[in-house]
Write a new protein. Structure first.
Length: 285
């Protein structure tokens, strides 16, 4: 739980005087991570989150690639990105863009759905479309997000609960977990090996041998299946683990070592490229 002064301490102004980010954790939503940002030149590297990534653009234009499809979005558009989905983002024009994001975990979203519907929810919540236009709902999300940011208490909490429940009602679906027989076994073995050894120095030759393919063929097959290269996937897992350690209070230097980065500078560069924040700002939020 953080007070206003701590939240303000988490604000950061990058080198460009027109780019700003504010990151904080909303205490009324189990410390759900929240972000308000204006980006002019910053480009996000391909990455994913352990949580949902839900947001809307207030002004300007962002170009994002999700599931191999690139699309430009502006005011009235929603981001409904499921946990683990690879995506990136960059400004769609010289004016950049301003957007608001939240990162609720699956358990929080399930609780909200059950609270608002009065029924038990079975399966895992999901969104079938990640970029879509729903101007009324996007406007409602921005109002609720602003209220949470301004700590308006019950009004902000009620508004965000209602918006999230409405998002799922309009655009959500339920995943019933079954084995994914469409996923090539060789690529699953490579992915699992990287996941189990993400903090180690992994060579292409090892991954190629696991897949039973040449190195070049393995890279192409992995990118086709997961929309990311093996090295980028390893880096993404390192950053996801770094977020966890920083939330728990680990220092950036200790986090860099635990996640397999050469030093804190390497952690900071990759962390900023995937979150828009430095590790120190993320930790302080």
């Amino acid at each position: 739980m953080h007070n206003v002064s701590q939240q303000q301490a988490a604000e950061a102004t990058p080198v460009s005087g027109t780019e700003r980010t504010r990151f904080w954790r909303a205490r009324h939503f189990r410390d759900m991570e929240c972000l308000t940002a204006s980006f002019i030149t910053h480009e996000f590297s391909p990455h994913s989150h352990d949580t949902f990534s839900i947001g809307a653009i207030e002004n300007g234009c962002q170009v994002a690639k999700i599931r191999g499809e690139r699309e430009a979005t502006g005011p009235g558009a929603l981001y409904l990105i499921n946990p683990g989905e690879i995506h990136d983002g960059q400004p769609g024009g010289p004016e950049g863009y301003r957007y608001r994001m939240i990162y609720p975990d699956t358990a929080l979203l399930v609780d909200i759905i059950e609270d608002m519907t009065g029924r038990a929810f079975h399966g895992s919540p999901s969104f079938s479309r990640q970029l879509l236009t729903d101007a009324p709902l996007a406007a409602a999300f921005n109002r609720a997000h602003r209220a949470v940011e301004e700590e308006t208490g019950l009004a902000g909490e009620q508004g965000m609960y209602g918006v999230l429940a409405n998002m799922f009602k309009r655009h959500g679906s339920v995943i019933i977990h079954l084995p994914d027989y469409s996923e090539p076994v060789a690529m699953r073995r490579v992915r699992d090996y990287i996941a189990q050894n993400f903090d180690q120095d992994i060579g292409l030759e090892v991954l190629a041998r696991i897949a039973g393919l040449s190195r070049a063929h393995m890279i192409r097959a992995f990118r086709k299946q997961y929309f990311i290269t093996p090295h980028a996937y390893q880096t993404d897992l390192r950053i996801r683990h770094a977020r966890h350690l920083l939330r728990e209070g680990a220092t950036p230097s200790d986090t860099a070592l635990a996640c397999g980065f050469a030093d804190q500078a390497h952690l900071t560069r990759h962390f900023k490229a995937r979150t828009g924040l430095t590790p120190a700002v993320f930790r302080a939020g």
